[in-house]
Design a protein around this ligand. Structure first.
Ligand SMILES: Nc1ncnc2c1ncn2[C@@H]1O[C@H](COP(=O)(O)OP(=O)(O)OP(=O)(O)O)[C@@H](O)[C@H]1O
Ligand SMILES: [Mg+2]
Length: 497
């Protein structure tokens, strides 16, 4: 007998539809899965067999062929177990499910028939809605995230034993959609912990206000890592649509178990990370750290310790706000609008060439700093030289709190959104929008002078303008004045020296 069921396979962040076709016929007993399954899909045979038997069903002693269509697309992961089991029960006459075709099923099976959670339930529910499915049967744990999709009924299932009731039309309560925490993480580290360092504080505020990338260079123990970890707390809260994008990424990478953490994502990968780990890749393509940091902060601590080719790989995502992974089977786009924050010592010993105690040879320093190639440096908006805080600063009162700084940042963002459109910041301005910036003649001549004297790249010129626009937004000024331009150039120290 023949039976079919609808399910999905996760590919990057997207769910692709798969039709499970099962043929059970007389012959030498066997269980074959065809249609480009990966190892996890092939192992479904063992899980489905044990789950059926342990739930009191019969495993048919016949020749069973499972075809996963379309046969030309690779299928990955254990999420197709449930659909295979349901179709097998229908094909062997143990389950009568009229209208099964209006349902989609996804879930991993445990050997005792429990339905285990899967990755990407939100993307799967959205894909089911787009394909016109009436309802989607999913592991109970994935119910709340899938309910975020809306427009498709979510039917949670805890065990294979619940299938016959479902086929008879009995459906439990629909799960409540996951609450998206848009505000700030309670108890998150506060910027008040950073004492002194007024220049660094100003740079953090400007970076957060305009979504600009930032590089801090300074000796060990000056507070660079401390400052970076406080950045999400001064950034504006996520908008509804942004929180949904973040939830989609958390769901696809299996990190939504305990709900979506409050606040913006903050990722700080270790410097030994591979290019695929940072940018994304592999087969099937998995999102990398840049995608996990979407709408948040990607912090590269000890930047010069990262392998050069890994850093070079950052250039396209920084520019385009998305990663494109091309495989023979097609191209996937993974979003990655993140704020790059990096920290580095000035040389291997950390003291800096200007320090008389610095023991590094010129060639060592050159090699160390060479990691930050001209091209990547060109894409970083703010460059801050951090020095050791003075004794009275480090022993002094705490700095201004995150809440106070965030208020100014949010006001500056509102001005940007009024000018550029919802959710957009100065760092994302197109070249045409940069040209539209209202500039004081004195500010224009300051920039033009620097451009010709320091032989800036066209990109550096535009970046300086974007930064000056943010400084003006923080000051509430409609027009970029000479003072704002000077501040912006000061924050891009590379252009000044
Ligand atoms: N400006 C500061 N205000 C308050 N505490 C500070 C400051 N600078 C350093 N500290 C203290 O020193 C610790 C180390 O600072 P942090 O890890 O940020 O240094 P770093 O600049 O990242 O050094 P490295 O280059 O070695 O990574 C902090 O956890 C904090 O306790
Ligand atoms: Mg550090």
């Amino acid at each position: 007998m023949l039976a079919t069921a609808r399910t999905f396979t996760l590919d990057g962040l997207a769910a692709r539809p798969v039709r499970v076709e099962i043929d059970v016929h007389r012959g030498l007993p066997g269980f074959t899965i065809v249609g480009l399954p990966d190892a996890a899909v092939r192992e479904a045979r063992e899980r489905v067999r044990a789950a059926l038997v342990n739930c009191g069903f019969e495993f048919p002693l016949s020749r069973i062929v499972v075809n996963l269509a379309p046969a030309s697309m690779r299928k990955a992961g254990p999420g197709m177990d449930l659909a295979i089991a349901a179709a097998l029960l229908c094909a062997s006459g143990q389950l009568e499910w009229e209208g099964m075709d209006r349902f989609a099923l996804a879930g991993e099976l445990a050997l005792d028939g429990q339905v285990r959670p899967i990755n990407g339930a939100l993307a799967i529910a959205e894909a089911a809605r787009e394909r016109g499915a009436e309802a989607i049967v999913l592991p109970a744990e994935n119910g709340p995230e899938a309910a975020l999709a809306g427009g498709v009924e979510v039917v949670p299932l805890t065990s294979l034993t619940g299938l016959p009731a479902l086929a008879d039309g009995v459906r439990g309560l629909e799960p409540e959609p996951l609450r998206l925490p848009l505000g700030l993480a309670p108890g998150a580290p506060d910027l008040g912990d950073l004492r002194g360092q007024p220049h660094l504080r100003h740079a953090l505020e400007v970076a957060a206000a305009g979504g600009h990338s930032l590089l801090m260079v300074g000796p060990p123990g000056a507070g660079k890592s401390l400052a970076a970890s406080r950045l999400p707390s001064i950034m504006p809260p996520l908008a509804d649509a942004e929180a949904l994008e973040v939830a989609r990424i958390f769901s696809a990478t299996g990190r939504l178990g305990a709900g979506l953490p409050a606040g913006r994502p903050f990722r700080a990968p270790h410097h030994t990370i591979s290019a695929a780990g940072l940018i994304g890749g592999g087969t099937p393509p998995r999102p990398g750290e840049v995608t996990m940091a979407h709408r948040g902060v990607l912090f590269l601590d000890e930047l010069c310790e990262f392998r050069r080719e890994v850093l070079e790989g950052l250039r396209p995502p920084l520019e385009d706000g998305e990663v494109v992974i091309v495989r023979a089977s097609g191209r996937r786009r993974l979003p990655c609008r993140f704020m790059l924050v990096a920290a580095s010592n000035p040389c291997p010993c950390g003291r800096g060439e200007d320090d008389p105690d610095c023991t590094c040879m010129a060639s060592q320093v050159q090699r160390y700093q060479g990691k930050l190639s001209g091209a990547l440096a060109d894409r970083i908006d703010l460059l801050v030289a951090v020095t050791q805080p003075a004794a009275e600063e480090i022993g002094g009162p705490p700095g201004e709190s995150s809440a106070a700084v965030r208020e100014r940042v949010c006001a500056a963002r509102e001005r940007q959104e009024a000018r550029l459109g919802p959710g957009r910041s100065n760092a994302e301005m197109s070249p045409a929008e940069v040209r539209d910036c209202d500039l004081d003649p004195a500010a224009a001549s300051l920039l033009a002078d620097l451009y010709s004297r320091r032989r800036l790249s066209g990109r550096a010129h535009d970046r300086a303008l974007r930064l000056a626009r943010t400084v003006a937004d923080l000051a509430g000024a409609e027009r970029i004045g000479e003072g704002e331009m000077a501040q912006a150039l000061q924050l891009r120290r590379r252009d000044r020296v």
